[in-house]
Design a protein around this ligand. Structure first.
Ligand code: SF4
Ligand code: SF4
Length: 447
């Protein structure tokens, strides 16, 4: 039985985006938007999912929010649909602004769109999709949470999610090239090189906060002897928070710019850094919205790229990472794309000892940051921390078996697990694969 009580730790969250948006709504406007999305855009898929669900509750055990809140049915996947979409359908869209505020909160901050619950449903009902339909309605009603809306606005204005300005981007690349030349003589980060084999793309936070990842990528590309380039203009950011705000039009515009940039540079493929949601936006949602069965240029996630480099012997390992590691399987590259064994191959080549967390691979618990939840900002940090106690328990158990380093090959997972690490006092060392690969590989001559 689902109850309507708002959990105590979430009562305090007052999100300006949701509140202001709701203050402008009328029931007529809400009904018009809901019915447009349900019957004009969504159609049969929504109907089939909602009509097929037998309310058995088997999906509940799949959700980390439910498990972390002592099996409170309010957090069960079917419960989240019951409190949002089912009510909208039952009332033919005639729901109140107050109802929509709660629906926005549930869809944006109590579901990571991780799809773990779909594996527990006997019919494979895609609850994540249904929550994204709610977000689409929330977007069209202009009541998206403030922080993630700001990120989407940045995408819209600058084609990157961090307001990185036109000159800031090449300046950052040049800065990283200069830094890397201190380590490898003559190293280049080739800009705008037409006809290169690879266009390397990253997510907005890399030039803003994590420029060392660009440095590491440059060293890896250089050591492997790759013919690569990076664009000097917009199109370099492969991330796409509009995918999670339900702004499908913007999602498509961002994806189109990314691929058009690669086409302009006449590269053979795009290699992207360790990001999960950006990968989902090109293999699943953005390309489909654009009507592309396949992306116009092949795109390869960093895990696949490192796998190929190591398999082909293009990168040699000087000395493997000695601290025992554990590997977090990000939803969007593992459950969504099946890269778990390739990730394990890479880890086996660069680390001496992998201690598996349980469950793992496609059954792994979500980081609770993905699906745009961490992008809803600081107001919801405790929602993420309390909503993923099971992840902390899973990591404590893995640490008790000896794991010291936690590898998270996805930006959202990495940041979310850093928060879990600090909040629960895990004291693990959270790393990207590239942090370790860079540290253990044989490097070209010093400058
Ligand atoms: S967070 Fe994941 S498991 Fe929970 S309802 Fe959303 S998609 Fe399902
Ligand atoms: S497991 Fe499937 S059918 Fe059962 S309640 Fe969950 S979504 Fe509905």
């Amino acid at each position: 039985m689902v109850h309507d009580a708002v959990p105590a730790e979430e009562k305090t969250v007052l999100d300006e985006g949701i509140e202001k948006g709701a203050s402008r709504l009328t029931e007529e406007r809400i009904a018009e938007v809901i019915n447009r999305v349900l019957y004009g855009e969504g159609g049969a898929r929504i109907r089939v999912y909602v009509d097929t669900c037998v309310h058995c509750g088997l999906c509940s055990e799949g959700c980390h929010y439910y498990l972390s809140h002592d099996k409170d049915p309010h957090y069960s996947p079917a419960g989240k649909v019951k409190q949002t979409l089912w009510e909208m359908i039952r009332k033919k869209g005639r729901v109140s602004p107050e109802f929509m505020k709660r629906a926005a909160e549930i869809a944006h901050t109590q579901c990571n769109a991780c799809k773990r619950c779909s594996m527990y449903c006997p019919f494979g009902i895609d609850i994540a999709y249904l929550m994204l339909v709610v977000r689409r309605i929330v977007h069209l009603l202009g009541m998206t949470p403030l922080y993630i809306q700001s990120t989407a606005h940045s995408h819209s204005a600058t084609m990157n999610q961090m307001w990185v300005k036109g000159d800031e981007w090449p300046d950052t690349l040049q800065w990283q090239e200069d830094e890397a030349r201190g380590e490898v003589a003559g190293l280049r980060i080739p800009l705008e090189k037409e006809g290169a084999e690879i266009m390397y793309s990253v997510i907005g936070p890399e030039p803003k906060f994590q420029a060392q990842l660009i440095y590491q990528a440059a060293i890896i590309m250089n050591a492997a002897g790759m013919n690569w380039t990076m664009p000097a203009t917009s199109g370099w950011d492969n991330s796409d928070m509009a995918m999670y705000t339900g702004d499908n039009e913007l999602m498509g515009r961002i994806k189109r710019r990314h691929f058009e940039t690669a086409i302009r540079l006449k590269v053979k493929k795009i290699v992207m850094g360790e990001c999960g949601h950006a990968f989902r936006s090109v293999y699943d949602m953005g390309n489909r919205w654009l009507g592309w069965k396949m992306p116009p240029i092949p795109i390869v996630h960093a895990i696949e790229f490192y796998y190929d480099l190591l398999k082909e012997g293009r990168i040699k390992i000087a000395k493997k990472w000695t601290d025992p590691v554990t590997l977090h399987d990000p939803c969007n590259v593992v459950r969504g794309r099946g890269l778990h064994e390739k990730a394990r191959y890479v880890v086996s080549q660069i680390c001496e000892n992998l201690i598996e967390m349980h469950p793992n691979r496609e059954h792994n618990y979500c980081c609770c940051a993905g699906g745009g939840v961490i992008n809803c900002g600081p107001p919801y940090k405790m929602t993420r921390m309390l909503g993923n106690r099971v992840k902390a328990e899973q990591l404590f158990e893995t640490k008790s078996k000896g794991a010291k380093t936690l590898i998270a090959p996805c930006h959202n997972c990495h940041s979310g697990l850093e928060d879990i690490n600090h909040h629960y006092g895990l004291e693990m060392d959270v790393k990207f694969i590239s942090d370790i690969l860079y540290a253990v590989m044989e490097k070209p001559e010093k400058a």
